[in-house]
Design a protein around this ligand. Structure first.
Ligand code: ADP
Length: 401
């Protein structure tokens, strides 16, 4: 009953092995710099010492073979044989409009994921490489695809359409898709459990704030709006991405600097956000440290991020016609009491009051609202791998019935 979870980036492979009887993580690891000089693996089982090794990993297939060998290794392994793996669950970034839930991989599924490559040109090819490498190496083990976009397929058209000519949607599939769906799904459901209420009865705003960030309005357990869109730039400011801005500003900058779309894309994705505003770092910890020394641009960036979060919470409360809970997750959401406190400032009119003492928590599940707050405010560490493992296990158990 072991499920392997794989998250392949263009130059990385992250993995975890779950025992689905207990949902315990037996081993996890990361292969970095796949296909680049200087690749290395970090592998940890929960008994032996962590293994760190420089290895040659010219492609994903070699990486997959390497991690599978480690899983049955005498010292570092956790399996007697690879036959113990009942299924592999893959994180897939973009499922377009084709996938509203996780699926067992078939030829048709691979073709549909391939069709979504133009929508996620950096991510889907890497995800596909991981799936194909696993299919080649473990041909008798079912593979399951779990999509970052799937949870948001419940958004109504008035939330996902843009005010562009309709043909842009019909011909090029330009619309809001949203990302981080697995995380929003997990923390919304976990918050409902913590509140002891069915998720179907709750209106929740989930704030996934990391290097990449998005907020989602989760009404009755379903995503009804989300701040990332067609791509991964809109919403609140992020580590290196701009967040919301007026599209005409983009056109103007391109004209002023004579930039093509590739150069402008680099600015929007890699040179903006916390990094671009402060000139210091994309990492909020560095920005917070600079703000403590009264660096003006660091103070501004923090204010902008918190203001963005507050604005989306208000907008989504209005979109849902009420609010029962606000959930903070991911690197910033789980750790930064500064951003959480500033984001919740002035939300008392909605019934949301933060308790500054309880807010001191880092990286663990907690209620951080005051006892008399009508809206619960929570910190819930995300666990996308667990959702992938559960979906994978559920699909293969169903198929076996
Ligand atoms: P990713 O989107 O890459 O998964 P994470 O969810 O790991 O990113 O979030 C990374 C962000 O979390 C960084 O901006 C980092 O500064 C921030 N972060 C992590 N720990 C803390 C902390 N203790 N205080 C403030 N910010 C933190």
């Amino acid at each position: 009953m072991k499920v392997l979870v794989l998250n392949c980036g263009s130059s990385s492979i992250k993995y975890q092995v779950f025992d689905m009887r207990t949902e315990e993580v037996l081993a996890k690891g990361l292969i970095e710099r796949v296909g680049i000089e200087g690749s290395r693996i970090k592998h940890q089982n929960m008994r032996a010492e962590e293994l760190k090794q420089d290895v040659s990993v010219p492609n994903h297939k070699v990486g997959v073979k390497l991690l599978l060998d480690l899983l049955v290794d005498e010292t570092h392994g956790v399996l007697k044989s690879l036959d113990e793996i009942v299924a592999v669950g893959h994180r897939v970034v973009h499922g377009g409009e084709a996938f509203a839930r996780s699926v067992i991989v078939s030829k048709e599924v691979l073709d549909a994921v391939e069709d979504c490559v133009p929508l996620a040109p950096l991510h889907n090819p890497a995800n596909l490489m991981g799936i194909r490498a696993m299919m080649d190496t473990l041909p008798n083990v079912p593979q399951v695809a779990v999509f970052d976009t799937a949870f948001h397929q419940t958004m109504p058209p008035h939330a996902y359409m843009f005010g562009l000519p309709y043909r842009c949607y019909k011909e090029y599939k330009v619309r809001r898709y949203g990302f981080h769906g697995t995380s929003h799904y997990y923390v919304a459901n976990r918050a409902a459990e913590m509140l002891g209420r069915p998720v179907e009865d709750l209106k929740i705003v989930t704030c996934h704030l990391g290097n990449g960030s998005s907020l989602t309005a989760v009404d009755g357990g379903k995503s009804v709006d989300t701040s990332l869109g067609f791509g991964t730039v809109p919403g609140v400011i992020m580590g290196t991405r701009s967040g919301d801005l007026d599209p005409t500003a983009i056109l103007y900058i391109m004209e002023q600097e004579g930039l093509d779309s590739k150069a402008m894309s680099h600015i929007l994705h890699k040179e903006s956000g916390l990094l671009g505003l402060t000139g210091i770092s994309s990492d909020l910890r560095d920005v917070e440290a600079a703000a403590e020394s009264q660096n003006e641009r660091a103070l501004l960036a923090i204010e902008m991020l918190a203001y963005g979060v507050r604005k989306y919470i208000g907008a989504y409360a209005a979109a849902m016609g009420g609010l029962d809970a606000i959930v903070f997750t991911a690197g910033i959401g789980e750790n930064s009491d500064v951003i959480r406190a500033k984001a919740c400032e002035g939300l008392a009119f909605l019934g949301a009051k933060l308790d500054s003492n309880k807010n001191k928590v880092r990286g663990k599940e907690a209620f951080i609202s005051t006892d008399d707050s009508k809206v619960a405010i929570l910190v819930v560490p995300t666990n996308e791998e667990l959702v992938i493992a559960r979906d994978t296990w559920a699909l293969v158990s169903d198929a076996a019935r």
